[in-house]
Design a protein around this ligand. Structure first.
Ligand code: M6R
Length: 589
């Protein structure tokens, strides 16, 4: 994963290092185990690397060229030596890298034979030694080195002997350049330069970019090493509306993002886009792909499309898609679902599907993401930035998108029904909050939690379990309740918490029976339903929906489960927004 940034300013400035650190903080969602930066001053490269969260830079000298990195470890432990930037043997060249260099071992072996000394265990360090080894200006060396590398990478490189320029290489991992009046900012995500400019150039696969001070301006040159041609690039205006990140009165982004869902859902009522996607899907075979929470929303989408529009949707985990793509009919449409639009597994599917000539449509939150740019049609969930690693509001708006698409496919958009459910959320959110706190008190001392549901409620159970696992570190399993007696029931004993999602929809009676089977074995049963049941030890009451609208229950079930996960993690003193071992945007395979 990792976030990289590089700044080239026309004039030296006291604020350059500070700006880089602030930019890095906005990229911290991409990885947060260690961080670092390097700049050039009169005596050469000055570098600082630290383990843990991004704090403050120790150095504050005037600088016009600085690179920075926030890491999610792939190759090598979390140590200062493995944190980026990485220097060459003479401390003249510094690089930052996002991605994985697959052939690093053979490159490293060769470079060691030639006398280079490696200071880290990372795959990235080979790049800095390759720049040391080769001759020519930075741009020329980048053109020679890029084709030697295999894997996914975005790289920003500086050389103390060329202190008027920065070079970047992009293959598969994202990289944008913010163009401001007197500076250029390279970054994994334009969010890093939200305070500086709304003008951006997005690099595409195989691009090498040179930014250079030239008189009183910064000039750019682009070359594509995959096509072996010079290229010209146009800048795009970014729309920063709804993109500000403020925590406000909240203790954690996760809680803020849960609570703001009714507002965000209203922002996501994009009926025209739903119609556009429905038109692309009509009479076609559609395969939805996604990972984690986004895949859960696609599985819910499968049930929603089936019930509302009798539309058969196939869902695949993005990381499994490669094994099927060659056999997929060329007329098939791929529906990619992703909050970030940068998830490596999803982007790999998209590349492979495109290569096979398949059409790509997507449900995506980040408007400037690679997925949004690579899709034929996009439904923007319009949630604004989701900062907490645990996805909450993006999930609700992905489900919302599926409802709208299903309505569009069925020919009758029931906008008011959705609005009325959102109104119910407004009214009930404080009650859900209260109940979730009580339930968290029970769960916080438990080792295992089972969350059960049937039909459309089963993927909601999966999502509830994922939330609980990733932020509380309690083992939680989401299951179709009908599956219990085929094995898992053996694990139920006295006091084991079982959360049963059982609204009075088409699954109600079977779900209650399955809940009773766990209760008979000592389970502590927590019901999420509009109807009480004597077997419930605790109960979160959902608002009641009419028979005709029962397929909308998932919109009501989600927030209680998110709040249960939040308060359980809080009670256990976990780092709710940045759980261990994870990153928000998973940009490596
Ligand atoms: O950005 P994406 O929606 O593609 O991310 C997919 C998953 O990595 C993500 O949903 C992950 O499962 C969340 N941390 C879950 O809360």
């Amino acid at each position: 994963m990792c976030g990289i940034i590089g700044l080239l300013k026309l004039n030296e400035s006291d604020s350059g290092i500070h700006d880089i650190v602030e930019g890095l903080k906005r990229l911290e969602y991409r990885g947060y185990d260690s961080w670092g930066y390097a700049s050039i001053n009169s005596s050469g490269i000055v570098m600082e690397k630290k383990i843990g969260r991004i704090t403050k830079a120790t150095f504050n000298h005037p600088a016009s060229i600085i690179i920075g990195h926030t890491r999610w470890a792939t190759h090598g432990n979390v140590t200062e030596a493995n944190a980026h930037p990485h220097l060459d043997c003479n401390n003249q060249i510094a690089i930052v890298h996002n991605g994985i260099i697959e052939n690093y071992l053979e490159l490293r072996e060769q470079l060691i034979k030639e006398g280079h000394t490696f200071k880290s265990q990372t795959d990235s360090e080979v790049v800095t030694h390759l720049f040391e080894k080769l001759q020519g200006d930075l741009f020329e060396r980048a053109k020679q080195i890029a084709p030697m590398l295999r894997g996914s990478f975005s790289l920003v490189i500086m050389d103390a002997r060329y202190s008027d320029q920065l070079v970047a290489i992009k293959n598969e991992s994202p990289l944008a350049i913010g163009i401001a009046e007197k500076e250029a900012i390279f970054a994994s995500d334009p969010l890093a330069f939200i305070d500086q400019t709304d003008d951006a150039i997005f690099l595409t696969e195989g691009d090498i970019a040179l930014a250079k001070k030239s008189g009183n301006k910064i000039t750019f040159e682009f070359f594509n090493y995959l096509t072996n041609n010079s290229v010209t690039k146009q800048s795009t205006k970014l729309d920063w509306k709804n993109q500000k990140i403020e925590l406000g009165e909240y203790k954690h982004y996760m809680l803020k993002e849960i609570v703001e869902q009714p507002v965000v859902m209203r922002q996501g009522m994009n009926l025209d886009s739903a119609q556009d996607l429905a038109n692309e899907m009509h009479n076609k075979k559609v395969i939805a792909i996604g990972c984690g929470t986004a895949r859960h929303s696609a599985v819910i989408g499968k049930h929603i499309l089936n019930k509302i529009a009798k539309f058969p949707l196939e869902v695949m985990m993005a990381h499994e898609f490669s094994y099927f793509v060659d056999e997929i009919d060329k007329d098939t449409v791929i529906l990619a679902v992703s909050q970030s639009g940068e998830t490596a597994d999803v982007m790999e599917c998209v590349r492979k599907a495109k290569k096979r000539g398949l059409k790509i449509i997507s449900i995506v939150n980040v408007p400037s993401s690679s997925l949004a740019r690579d899709s034929n049609k996009v439904f923007y969930t319009n949630c604004g930035p989701e900062i907490a690693v645990a996805s909450t509001k993006a999930f609700s708006n992905q489900i919302l998108a599926f409802y709208l698409i299903a309505f569009a496919l069925s020919g009758e958009i029931k906008k008011q029904k959705i609005e009325s459910v959102i109104g119910m959320l407004d009214k009930n959110i404080s009650y859900f909050d209260l109940k979730a706190r009580e339930i968290a008190e029970y769960l916080k001392n438990k080792v295992h939690v089972y969350i059960l549901g049937k039909g459309v409620n089963f993927p909601i159970a999966l999502e509830g379990a994922l939330k609980l696992k990733e932020i509380s570190y309690i083992h939680a399993e989401g299951m179709p309740s009908g599956e219990l007696k085929h094995g898992t029931l053996a694990l139920i004993e006295h006091g084991v918490p079982v959360i049963l999602i059982c609204p009075t929809d088409y699954t109600y009676h079977d779900s209650i029976s399955n809940g009773l089977e766990t209760k008979a074995r000592g389970a502590y049963l927590i019901g999420i339903s509009d109807k009480p049941h004597p077997s419930f030890n605790m109960w979160i009451q959902l608002p009641e929906l009419s028979k005709e609208d029962e397929i909308l229950y998932p919109l009501l079930e989600t927030i209680p489960l998110q709040l249960i996960a939040y308060y359980t993690a809080l009670a256990l003193g976990r780092d709710v927004d940045k759980p261990r071992n994870l990153a928000k945007s998973v940009t490596v395979k």
